[in-house]
Structure formats: structure tokens, C-alpha cells
Design a binder for this molecule. Structure first.
Ligand SMILES: NC(=O)c1ccc[n+]([C@@H]2O[C@H](COP(=O)([O-])OP(=O)(O)OC[C@H]3O[C@@H](n4cnc5c(N)ncnc54)[C@H](O)[C@@H]3O)[C@@H](O)[C@H]2O)c1
Length: 339
């Protein structure tokens, strides 16, 4: 089996590469990544010595590059993680999100259509369902809900999902789509809530929390997400969408407080800042379909996952300190400086 993993030098893509190399020692995995600010070759270092892993640097929206790659390697499966993934950045500059997340997906599917594959898996997000009210804990996102994206990021991911569905209907492309809730775990770029809070709390810096911190997210340990995608590749039905999440809702403020408790740091570090524009209130996945159809359930409880994550950031300071020096400082000032 020859698998192309795009976005392989990012957070979930790299974890998926490690997972697949370990679970399927007979697979050949090619990691593709443009190495944007979010992609890092240091992340892929553990895979680079594996004879079953190959890396290709390039842009999924670059048609010549993508077609050349498909010409030289006969892929059976494509798993598309490559994306601009940070909502705040999409509010500042939507254009690059549309190019990578929509056009990039189209280019990959065109190549897959031209050269033939047995599966194109699109890694989607629950953010395409918009948000749920805070006072209706009985409501959850199901696969048949309408798409009502709130941010340029989620609109670009929703567009990609629609395009993937259209390629299935029009060209009989063998696709599957997964829509996952918020992930956490090793190798997440420290602009996202959990690693941002860990890195700043360790340095006793103020911890920016949007609005009142009440916004609720449904957290999933990254390895559980990787296992769900592997299940979908093996037994998922072509043309289907699967929601991935584990009924693990927490408000942003609660997540910050849990991290502070683990690190033995004071809650006085918390600083409420002006809210994100269009900030979604609550995300919550109903994972009944993937559970019933594929027997998938998350195995890592939040208490265990957050401890593993914090321990990883403590043991890998060089990885994230390298990232938060330089350009990232300017980004942080721009996003949180005057709020
Ligand atoms: N992080 C989450 O909580 C979450 C939840 C649900 C779905 N997702 C989806 O999972 C996927 C991966 O998310 P992540 O958190 O790992 O993101 P990330 O930002 O950490 O990684 C994205 C990777 O894609 C690469 N990339 C960006 N533009 C590219 C391009 N034009 N060509 C090739 N590579 C490019 C980047 O260099 C980076 O390595 C995304 O599609 C995202 O929408 C993420």
C-alpha cells in the first residue's frame, strides 16, 4: 500500500505518519508538505530514518508539482491534512486559506482522478457545522446537519468538503470525509490554545483568554483521531462523512485552569482579552455513526491526554522554543498586543 499524506510536517499529519508507520510496517508512506510557518522538518525527524517513509517538499496547489509526484509514485490512498488551519490567521488574511484549502484540494483530486487511487480521504473539521448554543447541552453535530461555517477558515474547509462530495458524485471518485473536533497532543504549533498556554505558563507570562473564556470545545487526543482515520481508510464506506469526537466538552477557561493546576502555576496569570470576531460558542460532536459503523471510540481520557501532552512539551522544550523565537513573536504581538 502506497499512501500519500499531505500536511505531514504539521501537527496532526506528523502524528498520523508516526501512527501509520508503526501500525502498518508494510506500507510505504510519502509525506508532502510546503513547510509553511506551521510545518517543521524537526517534527518529522523521527520518521526520516524509517525506510518506509519518503518526504516531498511542495505546495498542494502547485499543479505541476502535484502531477509530477503522482507520475513518479503510484499512490493507492491520499489523506489530505494539508491546510491553513488557524482561525485567527484566516480572519487577518483569508486569501491563502482559499488557495490552499480549496484550490489545493481540487488539484490533489484532479491528480488522483488522472492517475487513479482507491481512496481519497479529506480531513475535515467540525467547524463546518457552525456553532451550538451554550444553553442547549442536548444538541450535538451530526453528519446530516447543514453546513454553516462562521470563519474564513471554516468556510474554506466547508468548500473543500463540498468539492470532494461533488467529485464523488460527478466522477465517482472514491472519497471519504472525516470531521473532527479540536485535537491536542504532541507537536501542536504553539499558536493554538493548549500549547500556547503551556509554553507561556512555563515562562510565567500572561495567558490570553478570549472574551469570558466560556466558549466550549470538544477535545480529542490526536492519536485517537489518527486511529479513527485509519479505521475509515480500512472499513469506511466510500462517499460517506464520519464525525470524530469523544464527548469531551470543556470551556476554554476550564482547559487553561486544568493546565495551570498540572504545572503548579497561579490562575492570576490568566488575562481576558477582546473576543475573537465571530467567535463560535460551542462545538460538540455526536460520534454515534463512526462508533456504530466502525467500532471506533476514543481511548484517551482528557486527564490522561493533557498530562501526556504537558509532559511532552516539558521534555521537548527545544522544539517549541525554536518555533516561538523569531517571526512568531511578531505574530503574537499582532494578535494579542493591543486587545
Ligand atoms: N487541529 C485541530 O484541532 C483540527 C481539528 C479538526 C480538523 N483539523 C484539520 O486537520 C488538518 C491538519 O491540521 P493541523 O492542526 O495539523 O494543522 P497544522 O497547521 O499544524 O498543519 C498543516 C500543515 O499543512 C502544511 N501546508 C499548509 N499549506 C500547504 C500547502 N499549500 N501545500 C502543502 N502543505 C501545506 C503546513 O506546512 C503544515 O505542515 C487540517 O486540514 C485541519 O483543517 C484540525
Amino acid at each position: 500500500m502506497n499512501v500519500l499524506v499531505t500536511g505531514a510536517a504539521g501537527f496532526i499529519g506528523s502524528n498520523f505518519v508516526f501512527y501509520m508507520l508503526e501500525q502498518h510496517p508494510d506500507y510505504q508512506i510519502t509525506g508532502l508538505d510546503a513547510l509553511t510557518y506551521a510545518g517543521n522538518m524537526e517534527t518529522l525527524a523521527p520518521a526520516m530514518t524509517n525506510k518506509n517513509f519518503h518526504f516531498a517538499k511542495g505546495d498542494i496547489a502547485d499543479r505541476d508539482f502535484v502531477f509530477q509526484l503522482f507520475e513518479t509514485t503510484k499512490f493507492d490512498v491520499v489523506v489530505n491534512f494539508a491546510a491553513e488551519s488557524h482561525v485567527d490567521r484566516s480572519i487577518e488574511d483569508p486569501g491563502v486559506f482559499l488557495r490552499t484549502n480549496i484550490i489545493g484540494t481540487q488539484v490533489l483530486m484532479d491528480a488522483a482522478k488522472e492517475y487513479g487511487i482507491s481512496r481519497f480521504h479529506q480531513v475535515g473539521t467540525d467547524e463546518v457545522y457552525g456553532d451550538l448554543p451554550l444553553d442547549r447541552p442536548d444538541l450535538f453535530f451530526t453528519e446530516d446537519m447543514p453546513i454553516t461555517a462562521s470563519s474564513p477558515y471554516s468556510a474554506s474547509k466547508a468548500s473543500a468538503d463540498l468539492l470532494v462530495m461533488a467529485y464523488h458524485r460527478t466522477y465517482q471518485m472514491p472519497i471519504t470525509i472525516s470531521r473532527c473536533s479540536n485535537n491536542y497532543g504532541p507537536y501542536q504549533f504553539p499558536e493554538k490554545l493548549i500549547p500556547l498556554i503551556i509554553a507561556r505558563a512555563l515562562d510565567n507570562q500572561d495567558l490570553p483568554v478570549y472574551g469570558t473564556g466560556e466558549n466550549v470545545r470538544d477535545w480529542l487526543y490526536v492519536e485517537d483521531h489518527c486511529r479513527a482515520i485509519d479505521r475509515i481508510l480500512e472499513n469506511g464506506k466510500v462517499g460517506e462523512v464520519y464525525n470524530i469526537g469523544g464527548h469531551n466538552e470543556k470551556s476554554n477557561l476550564d482547559v487553561v485552569k486544568i493546565i495551570l493546576k498540572h504545572l503548579g502555576k497561579p490562575e492570576s496569570l490568566i488575562t481576558f482579552v477582546g473576543d475573537r470576531k465571530g467567535h463560535d460558542l460551542r462545538y460538540a460532536i455526536d460520534p454515534t455513526k463512526i462508533h456504530n459503523a466502525l467500532g471506533w471510540l476514543p481511548t484517551t481520557k482528557f486527564d490522561e491526554g493533557i498530562k501526556k501532552t504537558i509532559d511532552w512539551y516539558l521534555a521537548n522544550e527545544a522544539w517549541w522554543k525554536n518555533i516561538i523565537s523569531g517571526e512568531y513573536q511578531q505574530y503574537y504581538e499582532k494578535m494579542y498586543g493591543g486587545r
